[in-house]
Design a protein around this ligand. Structure first.
Ligand code: CUK
Ligand code: CUA
Length: 663
């Protein structure tokens, strides 16, 4: 710290700690050039000046935490430094990205997309190039972040993706069989399964039809346990399983741990099974789905379900390439139960030790805490009030409710700190409420009490604290992920960005520190120590990013060549500052061209691009990597390419020719 700052910092803090810390800085303070004078000059309150000092990360210094957040409509993941809130990186998943050449001629991304959308099993449907990425989940080992992988859900498509945090690239996209959409995506404590549940029920996967008049009979929700093979870094559908659920709208979910280990919990709404039909004289879904006072939390004994699948029981069917437990089997085998919850619930979160589920009904100003031990006990003792229309038992609410805290209007999601608090986002109040958890986090007399509330600016959705989804929340910071920006930043057109707000939760009162706009509505996120992510700085020579190993397509310097076999042209290219070798590729119209590009650089960040005119192809080749681009030269002409990264003094000279002779 420079000496001038050291000299004035204590002074600033002193007057920052006065009782009325929101008042403008007292005019008396501050020698010219001092921090006080600076704060005065910028009309900062002591609180604001303090927040600026607490969140400023000087040039060249690293942020303590990284937030891995959903990029919502962008179809990407964003990495954001905390406390600076600087955007560090975008990881494209479901949508094209020019910078990284993602999905724009790069064979790997194109292959992932084809595998991971409604096509190609359904040739009448196009490959999907948009996503609405809601729920990222950092991989866990023994219930804590290990910094190895990120799993992500996609609301419109019912698919999941796996990102490797060694190179921050999407490695796999898997279409969940037998479903159209999903929403929630969470892990078990050792990343054994990434679990998604459907959002909108359907009679089956893409292409399966049944009229809405057969909704109750034919439409189903599903929960899918995607088996993760950690050694391979891939999901294995052949070892995964799915459980059919009633055609309610399943929403957020959480996997048990500690006393609730082996169980899985999902919120649901529209237990009325409303299907809309406003032009057909029926209630719109909004009305039809709001009739019941209580909706139903799904309680799933997934360990027992896993055992049933492993037993080879004929009751488990195979459908769409995955083992499926039909709804009636789930009922008869005691795999599925319900617990009543306040109507139209959204968030469902588990305390760090697995003792309590915190659920919020959007229309009830309370959060409800359920004891997981009591739920399991009530199931074992058959303490049921009735069955749902599918014969699934509903546990008595009185037997399982541990706490009921009035927090405010529109409660959504809850996160936790390391001091025995829960924090709930209030969508309608635009606020965050802090409350005390029950034992063992607090004494019974101190449990389930509202302790603080802070105003947020417009319609908060998710919120997050470091390590909240783990056994060991770290506390300190809370990020509010807000839906609307309204007047918080300079106007940038009718469509505003969304807005993140950083809050200090280390003291007795929550304090707003800073805010930053972000592109694409963020939903869930996880926050991890920066030092816990073991990113590679360069690839070992010739690495195929798909396998993370030296690949067969790599070309050594001196071995560059063009091979022709009939209409097949195979180019083995090496790039290094500041040229491509070869830099001329001659083909005949109609030839199929494969170019394997190896970046021979070993210097950090020495990435080269390959932007080819006319073919919708751009690739980004990281140091050490080999990337493949592939196309058919259908049009004769002269199509130069160039390097899209300003990589050197002779970057402008880094270019080449694709010459397509007419046939
Ligand atoms: S959801 Cu977006 S605010 Cu998809 Cu987790 Cu709650
Ligand atoms: Cu390589 Cu510019």
């Amino acid at each position: 710290m420079p000496r001038t700052v050291l000299a004035t910092f204590p002074l600033l803090l002193l007057f920052a700690c006065r009782a009325d810390s929101t008042a403008p800085v007292a005019p008396a303070a501050g020698a010219p050039g001092s921090l006080e004078a600076l704060a005065q000059g910028r009309e900062l309150t002591p609180d604001e000046a303090r927040a600026a000092l607490e969140t400023f990360v000087p040039p060249g210094k690293y942020d303590e935490f990284v937030m891995v957040t959903s990029g919502g409509h962008s179809g990407s993941i964003y990495l954001i430094g905390i406390p600076s809130m600087r955007l560090l990186k975008e990881i494209p998943v479901y949508a094209p990205n020019s910078w990284q050449g993602w999905g724009q001629g790069d064979e790997e991304a194109s292959r992932l997309w084809k595998e991971g959308t409604f096509a190609p099993g359904n040739p009448n449907l196009p490959t999907q190039t948009w996503g609405d990425l809601h729920h990222p989940q950092l991989s866990l080992t023994d219930g804590d972040y290990d910094g190895e992988f990120v799993f992500v859900s996609d609301k419109p498509t019912g698919r999941v993706a796996v990102i490797d945090l060694r190179d921050f690239k999407t490695k796999q996209i898997v279409k969940t069989p037998n479903v159209i959409s999903d929403h929630s995506g969470v892990l078990t404590d050792d990343s054994e399964y990434f679990i998604t549940s459907t959002f909108q029920p359907a009679p089956g996967g893409p292409g399966v039809y049944a009229p809405l008049s057969e909704y109750q009979e034919k439409y189903r929700g599903a929960v899918t346990f995607h088996k993760f093979d950690r050694a391979a870094g891939r999901i294995r559908l052949d070892q995964s399983f799915q459980i059919e659920l009633p055609p309610y709208t399943q929403d957020l979910s959480v996997a048990g741990r500690g006393p609730s280990d082996g169980w899985f919990f999902i919120n649901s709404l529209n237990t009325e099974m409303a299907t809309g039909g406003d032009l057909e004289g029926k209630d719109p879904i909004e009305i039809g789905a709001s009739q019941n006072e209580m909706d139903l939390m799904h309680v799933i004994n997934w360990k027992r379900a896993e055992a049933l699948v492993a037993s080879g029981s004929p009751k488990v069917i195979t459908k769409g390439g995955i083992k499926v437990i039909p709804l009636s089997v789930a009922r008869d085998e005691g795999l599925l139960y319900f617990v009543p919850e306040s109507k139209s619930p959204h968030g469902l979160d588990l305390t760090p030790g697995g003792e309590y589920l915190i659920a919020s009904g959007k229309l009830d100003p309370h959060v409800t805490a359920y004891s997981t031990v009591a739920i399991i006990k009530a199931i074992n003792e058959k303490n049921f009030e009735k069955n749902d229309p599918f014969g699934i038992p509903i546990v008595k609410l009185d037997a399982v409710r541990a706490g009921y805290v009035e927090v405010g209007l529109g409660p959504l999601h809850t996160v936790f700190d390391n001091k025995g608090h829960g924090y709930t986002s209030l969508f309608l109040d635009s606020a965050v409420a802090q409350f005390t958890l029950g034992p063992p986090y607090n004494k019974p007399e101190d449990a389930w009490k509202l302790t603080d509330k802070i105003s947020i600016h417009y319609n908060i959705g998710h919120l997050q604290t470091p390590g909240s989804n783990t056994k060991h929340p770290r506390g300190r910071y809370l990020v509010a992920l807000n839906k609307w920006m309204v007047d918080r930043h300079t106007g940038t057109g009718p469509l505003h960005p969304q807005n993140l707000q950083l809050i200090d939760i280390s003291g007795p009162k929550m304090r707003m520190l800073s805010e930053s706009p972000i592109i694409g509505e963020p939903h869930n996120s996880h926050i991890i120590e920066s030092t816990k992510i073991a990113a590679w700085r360069v690839y070992p020579p010739g690495t195929d990013p798909a396998s993370m190993k030296p690949g067969p397509n790599a070309t050594k310097q001196g071995d560059e060549r063009i091979e022709r076999k009939g209409k097949e042209v195979h180019v083995h290219m090496v790039v290094i500052r500041s040229h491509y070798k070869p830099d001329i590729i001659r083909v005949k119209q109609g030839d199929h061209v494969t170019i394997d590009i190896t970046n021979a650089e070993s210097a950090e960040d020495a990435t080269h691009g390959f932007g080819l005119h006319g073919h919708n192809i751009t690739a980004s080749i990281d140091p050490g990597a080999t990337q493949r681009v592939e196309f058919t030269a259908s049009q004769s002409g002269v199509f130069p390419w160039y390097c899209t990264e300003f990589c050197s003094a002779l970057h402008m000279e880094m270019q080449g020719w694709l010459l397509v002779e007419p046939k």
